[in-house]
Design a protein around this ligand. Structure first.
Ligand code: DC
Length: 208
């Protein structure tokens, strides 16, 4: 089974995806971390063809064998990853790697283009929506950041770049179910997403 979750930054993809993966016995893959790792490697002066990126079953990201998981979620890499994600050579390389990972076992994969490009034939496609104000509050809370105006501005510039780039811009797939999260608790969003997976499993069981 392949479950695709897409949505803008801080829309709840990781919390929802990780819980679904546990609930349905899938591997969880955060593709944003792969773009973050490429941005980190480039900042270190490494060319794309000299990078190897692996994600372990327990979600550690290995860059040329080094565990860089703890270095990926910084405001600087938020912006740099969004910039490197506009490059066709980076996307071609990472999409191929993501498809290979999804071929190995059941996955919940989250990102920006999973339902549209990486796994267009995913069994369940979910797109999470949330207003920028709410996303900025969530992100500032997660990072213990008190500059809400600055966080809103950073999300705004990343949203703009991620949704207007020429290749694989952030967009719901035509067959994705959109979950609007603004008026829902995290538990309600998880429950709505889990219902979609159960519906799929029921249909598969009954051969619909
Ligand atoms: O999900 P995230 O915030 O960790 O992603 C970091 C950046 O990587 C995001 O701003 C855009 C890019 N990205 C992408 O272009 N495609 C994906 N499937 C995942 C992330």
């Amino acid at each position: 089974m392949r479950i695709a979750i897409d949505g803008p930054a801080a829309s709840g993809k990781t919390s929802v995806g990780r819980t679904l993966a546990q609930q349905f016995g899938c591997r969880f893959i955060e593709t944003g971390n792969m773009y973050r790792a490429v941005a980190l490697a480039m900042a270190r002066g490494l060319p794309l063809d000299a990078m190897t990126i692996d994600i372990t079953e327990d979600e550690r990201l290995l860059l040329n064998g080094e565990d860089v998981t703890g270095l990926l979620h910084t405001p600087e890499l938020d912006q740099r990853s969004s910039e490197v994600a506009t490059r066709p050579d980076v996307r071609t390389r990472l999409v191929a790697l993501q498809r290979e990972m999804a071929g190995r076992r059941d996955v919940v994969m989250e990102g920006r283009d999973i339902g549209t490009v990486v796994l267009p034939d995913a069994d369940v496609k979910i797109f999470l929506r949330a207003s920028s104000d709410i996303r900025a509050r969530r992100r500032a809370g997660e990072r213990g950041d008190h500059d809400l105006a600055g966080t809103i501005e950073q999300l705004r510039s990343r949203d703009e770049r991620d949704s207007t780039r020429a290749i694989a811009p952030l967009n719901p797939a035509s067959d994705a179910t959109i979950i609007d999260t603004d008026q829902k608790t995290l538990a309600e969003v998880i429950s709505a997403a889990a219902d979609l997976v159960k519906e799929h499993l029921n249909e598969r069981w009954h051969g619909v």
